[in-house]
Design a binder for this molecule. Structure first.
Ligand code: NAD
Length: 428
């Protein structure tokens, strides 16, 4: 098939490269010329394991990138993978996606064969009939050969390529059997190698599945953190408790690690967006609001643990880990941000270290010290807060001896308790 993918960011680049790898002819379209040139050079505009290899193999052959929408009408199906960031009130900002939807419609205005436009971006259910379908159809002068579908994406940063290639489900939200069939044709080569259930539904239910999925996972972590905070107050180890409840197969052992909370580009944005969408129809989503509240609380609990031993004012405090999770330089909504904010507001001198994310964080906090290594950050420190569970932190040992006051608050349970340090686990 010939597939056009609009937007070559995290999701767009991954799916374009993977579709090419499945044997499709792919045109990746982005307004950013630099991204387009990078793709045509066979390189990924983002850091993601396996992506450079796929691009090197397929760029210039089955995969071409361009800033023009000209290839859209010649393709069999178009995927929209444009960012849907948060507005200040938590709702999603559809402006970039709406513009791309209109431009896609415009490119299809004269197409006489049926054409499927699939929304890959994460969008709230009501926004499909209220905003996106009208944008596509008005761009296309109401050409009724165009049908809109929804195929939410569940890949995770850090394992995007394998998540795409080995999904645990595919969700096809369509309005006709023809469109469902077309999506089956797109994913047929993937399903030949990897057996995944395909959920066939309508576009709005498909978009709700994506939000429910992320809201459930974020709520699971917040519930585990809430219970973990109670464990800490009772002087109990939350991990011992969670290991036991994970044996109940209705609960499952996954996502039971309590700590400083969730961040990144998806959970915060998606949970806040579905809360805002629910409130817009006068529903008060109490559990989801609590999910966000508990998550917002965890960084402060780290500070409280620290302050039970050290006054942060004028103290040197090491912050170990700045990325929102290990193996990425992505700091979007990283828990390190509220941790550093809270330290600074209490007058601490922050010495931060991350193996890859320091550069990114230096734009946000230009005035703190960025150490070259965890050892450098710990040297002379009056306390240390462990925010990201990079593997290298679990190997720290004698480095703690160089601290002025060896108070270590572990937000990820990745530091071994050892003699000579005052160790505080966040929920244990
Ligand atoms: P992104 O911001 O990385 O990429 C969006 C791209 O679209 C950018 O390269 C931008 O230049 C391009 N663009 C903007 N306007 C355009 C236009 N009019 N025409 C062509 N290109 C245009 O976004 P992302 O992280 O890839 O996310 C895309 C969507 O997928 C979002 O809705 C997100 O919530 C969802 N999603 C993201 C992830 C993730 O891990 N990043 C996972 C699942 C779902």
């Amino acid at each position: 098939m010939h597939i056009t993918v609009i937007g070559s960011g995290y999701v767009g680049t991954t799916i374009a490269a993977c579709f090419a790898d499945l044997g499709h002819e792919v045109t990746a379209i982005d307004i950013d010329e630099e991204i387009v040139n990078t793709l045509n050079d066979g390189r990924a505009p983002i850091t993601e394991p396996g992506l450079d290899d796929l691009l090197e193999t397929h760029a210039g052959d089955r995969l071409t990138a361009t800033t023009s929408y000209d290839a859209v009408p010649d393709s069999d199906v178009t995927f929209l993978a444009i960012g849907t960031p948060s507005n200040n009130d938590g709702s999603i900002d559809l402006s970039a996606l709406e513009a791309a939807a209109e431009a896609t419609g415009d490119a299809l205005a004269n197409k006489t064969d049926r054409h499927l436009v699939v929304i890959k971006s994460t969008v709230t259910p009501p926004s499909i009939p209220a905003t996106l379908e009208p944008a596509i159809h008005s761009g296309a002068n109401e050409n009724d050969a165009i049908e809109v579908g929804m195929n939410p994406e569940f890949l995770r940063e850090g394992s995007a390529v394998t998540d795409f290639q080995q999904p645990d489900k595919l969700v096809f939200g369509t309005q006709s059997e023809w469109a469902t069939e077309r999506l089956h044709n797109v994913f047929e080569p993937l399903l030949e190698h990897h057996d995944a259930p395909v959920v066939e539904t309508d576009p709005e239910t498909a978009s709700m599945i994506k939000y429910a999925n992320n809201a459930f996972l974020a709520s699971k972590i917040s519930l585990v953190n809430d219970l973990g905070n109670i464990c800490k107050e009772f002087d109990l180890d939350a991990y011992e408790v969670m290991d036991a409840i994970g044996l109940d197969d209705r609960i499952s052992e996954r996502f039971l690690r309590s700590g400083v909370g969730w961040g990144g580009s998806c959970f915060p944005k998606d949970v806040n967006a579905i809360i805002a969408a629910a409130q817009a129809v006068d529903y008060d989503p109490a559990v989801l609001e609590g999910t966000v509240e508990v998550n917002d609380r965890q960084p402060n609990r780290m500070l409280e643990c620290l302050m039970s031993h050290v006054n942060p004012e004028d103290a040197r405090i090491a912050v170990l880990g700045l990325a929102f999770k290990p193996n990425t330089d992505d700091i979007r909504n990283s828990r390190a941000i509220p941790v550093i904010d809270a330290l600074q507001s209490r007058g601490a001198n922050v010495a931060a270290y991350d193996p890859v994310a320091a550069d990114e964080m230096s734009h946000k906090f230009p005035d703190i010290e960025y150490a070259e290594s965890a050892a450098d950050a710990l040297e002379g420190a009056d306390g240390a807060l462990v925010v990201t569970d990079w593997d290298e932190f679990s190997e720290l040992d004698e480095e703690f001896d160089a601290m002025a006051t060896p108070v270590v608050v572990d937000g990820r349970r990745c530091i071994e308790r050892r003699n000579g340090i005052i160790y505080e686990g966040l929920t244990w």
